[in-house]
Design a protein around this ligand. Structure first.
Ligand code: NAG
Ligand code: NAG
Length: 627
């Protein structure tokens, strides 16, 4: 490979990278930089996964989220008051829809002074959080980095006295307009200011917060409504007179870092943080989740959400998603339902809406649509064990949770420009539907092996574009032959309540009558997994035997994680002629293999076989022989 550096020392207005028209043999890019020295790293692969691993070895692998954070989030600008919160919470139960997190946007505060509560609307925030926590649910409150210039506001008083704000070019505190009106911005380039900010999240300082409250950093580009390009002037000054132009892109990263640090340090410091950020920079994956910003309730925004999330994954930022339903504008019902069907596979799965939109909680569109949205959310909850395993893979290697098809099939050129379908891990392929009243949907299934429809178990050939009838029930999704996917099929109110539930394993055989898969489990919240407190299994099927073996490192493991969870069902896809019995070892017990019917709720197929109640523990080594 030859790289020609054609010029350096650009001194243009913007940092930008242009992809220039290219012929077959070369791709030209033009890079311009606002300021400073460009450090260039080259990651040589050879495969796409190698590149991400190499990249995240420099910028960091993603943090391991808590389990609740990868379940479903319900957000709106704004849930008005405590009564509204209780109502929405109760409706989820009434309609048998699981959710894990209820979000509060800017208007829960007293005059948009973050870390405060509007006490008329939210007189008892602790009690509110505790009531939701009793059902295993969490809350998220927004804390933005613009600080209201109000002498009676403790954050402003301290920050201005200590000289913690970014200065304007004349050396005065920079004063810009944002949600809080006239605001100043903390100079988070400075580590002292970051630790001061982190302290603000302690339970003593953040009055009304409890251990089930987590944080959302919005507007951290930073947004300045009356600033150039709605941001901070380039000549604003940070510590040591560093101009804003030199660190603009890192501002959001630093506030995200400091907030995440604050959540780690509060209380007994045991729980993993959760912080959603809008702005990001290389390395932001170490501090939490990212969403794709303020989108609109339009079909094209649903479509583009997929390449956006895939691209973020390639930059190490695995934990991302787009606002389900679209932030601006009223989603028509069909679009909303389709959005849930695709969004259920985003790594970060949150519905959100602007205050000017009509209410759009999933039960407001008639029983049929409620059912469709409920099923999408249920599907996500079923696959939580698989998602969590993928989050751990990302945490260890950087390889993203959702992947472009070409990351799994780098030799298949037909995948290169396909960004309407995506892989969840190496095992599931999801094809979105992005048009109104679609009658058909074309799905390209890569490779030379079969794919099994996750609802019906029907097999489809690989290497072919299939023109399928578009179903109202779901977007097409397939399990790749040669894989084993762990699920939890019992429906609960929240992920937390699924903790002790038994597992289902879905085995899809390939043409060599083999398959493999993984399961990672830990306590879902603490850092003890870093000291070995986890279960990591490798499932393999070959020569008629399903084996579960230990993958957890045998090195120093000062902490242990125990689980009594069992496998309650094994679903077999691609077994023909159908075997009748299975032998479980080492207990030497014979169990029946029965036809179908349950695959996904409501799905049925004669090609699906089930081993009921093998009742092997996920923590143990075992073998199941198919007779
Ligand atoms: C995984 O995430 C944790 C934070 O949750 C982090 O401390 C750790 O470095 C990450 N990587 C690995 C390999 O554990
Ligand atoms: C079938 O799956 C197994 C396990 O994933 C794999 O090792 C094998 O190469 C696969 N065979 C084919 C033909 O793809």
């Amino acid at each position: 490979m030859q790289i020609d550096v054609l010029g350096t020392g650009w001194n243009d207005e913007y940092t930008s990278v242009l992809m220039l028209p290219s012929d077959q043999k070369r791709v030209d890019t033009l890079w311009m930089s606002e300021a400073g020295v460009v450090d260039a790293f080259f990651f040589v692969g050879p495969g796409p996964k190698d590149v991400v691993m190499q990249y995240t070895s420099v910028t960091g692998t993603p943090a391991m989220p808590q389990l609740f954070a990868i379940a479903y989030h319900q957000c709106r600008w704004n849930y008005r008051d405590e009564e509204d919160v209780y109502n929405v919470d109760a409706k989820f139960d009434e309609h048998d829809i699981p959710y894990d997190v209820l979000w509060l946007d800017i208007d829960h505060t007293d005059g948009r002074k973050y870390f405060t509560w509007d006490r008329l609307l939210f007189p008892n925030p602790e009690e509110m959080q505790k009531k939701l926590a009793a059902k295993g649910r969490h809350m998220v409150a927004i804390v933005d980095p613009h600080i209201k210039r109000d002498e009676s506001y403790f954050i402003h008083k301290e920050a201005s006295q200590k000289g913690y704000y970014v200065k304007d070019a004349t050396g005065k505190d920079f004063d810009g307009w944002c949600w809080s009106g006239s605001s100043s911005y903390l100079d988070v380039l400075n580590p002292e200011i970051r630790s001061w900010w982190a302290e603000k999240f302690s339970y003593e300082n953040y009055i009304g917060s409890t251990p089930s409250l987590y944080i959302w950093n919005d507007m951290n580009e930073p947004s300045v409504f009356n600033g150039p390009e709605v941001s901070m002037p380039r000549d604003a000054l940070h510590q040591d007179d560093v101009e804003h132009r030199d660190l603009h892109n890192a501002y959001g990263y630093y506030i995200h870092m400091a907030t995440s640090d604050g959540l780690v340090k509060r209380g007994d410091g045991k729980d993993r943080p959760f912080v959603l950020s809008r702005a990001f920079f290389p390395g932001s994956q170490r501090y939490g989740a990212i969403w794709t910003g303020d989108n609109s309730a339009e079909w094209d925004h649903l479509r583009v959400s997929v390449p956006m999330v895939l691209t973020l994954g390639l930059t190490g930022i695995s934990f991302s998603g787009a606002d389900v339903g679209g932030f601006f504008g009223n989603s028509d019902t069909e679009l909303l339902v389709r959005w849930y069907q695709v969004g259920a596979y985003y790594p970060f799965f949150r519905a959100h809406a602007h205050q000017d939109t009509r209410r759009r909680e999933p039960w407001l569109f008639g029983e049929r649509n409620t059912q469709l949205m409920r099923e999408s959310i249920h599907t996500r909850y079923m696959f939580l064990p698989y998602f969590y395993t993928l989050f751990r893979e990302a945490n260890m290697t950087g390889v993203p949770v959702v992947r472009p098809l070409w990351m799994e099939f780098p030799d298949d050129e037909q995948t290169f420009s396909n960004d309407e379908a995506f892989m969840v891990g190496n095992s599931l392929l999801v094809q979105g539907i992005y048009t109104e009243k679609a009658k058909h949907v074309s799905v390209y299934l890569p490779g030379d092996q079969s794919w099994y429809d996750i609802r019906t178990g029907t097999a489809y050939g690989g290497g072919v574009i299939h023109k399928l009838e578009a179903s109202e029930d779901s977007v097409p999704a397939f399990q790749r032959a040669g894989t084993i996917v762990p699920r939890k099929d019992r429906f609960r109110r929240s992920s937390t309540q699924m903790e002790n539930d038994p597992y289902t394993l879905v085995i899809a055989l390939n043409s060599s009558q083999a398959a493999e898969g993984w399961l990672y489990v830990d306590d879902g919240k603490s850092f003890e997994f870093l000291q070995g407190a986890y279960i990591h299994r490798h499932f393999t099927y070959s020569d008629g035997k399903l084996k579960s073996s230990n993958l957890a490192s045998t090195g120093v493991r000062s902490k242990k994680f125990a689980s009594e969870c069992i496998v309650e069902r094994i679903i077999l896809l691609g077994f023909s002629p159908g075997p009748k019995k299975a032998l479980i070892e080492p207990v030497n017990e014979k169990v029946d293999i029965e036809p179908g019917p349950l695959l996904l709720r409501g799905g049925w197929s004669s090609s699906v076989l089930t081993i009921r109640k093998p009742n092997v523990r996920i923590a143990d080594d075992w073998t199941i022989k198919i007779l």
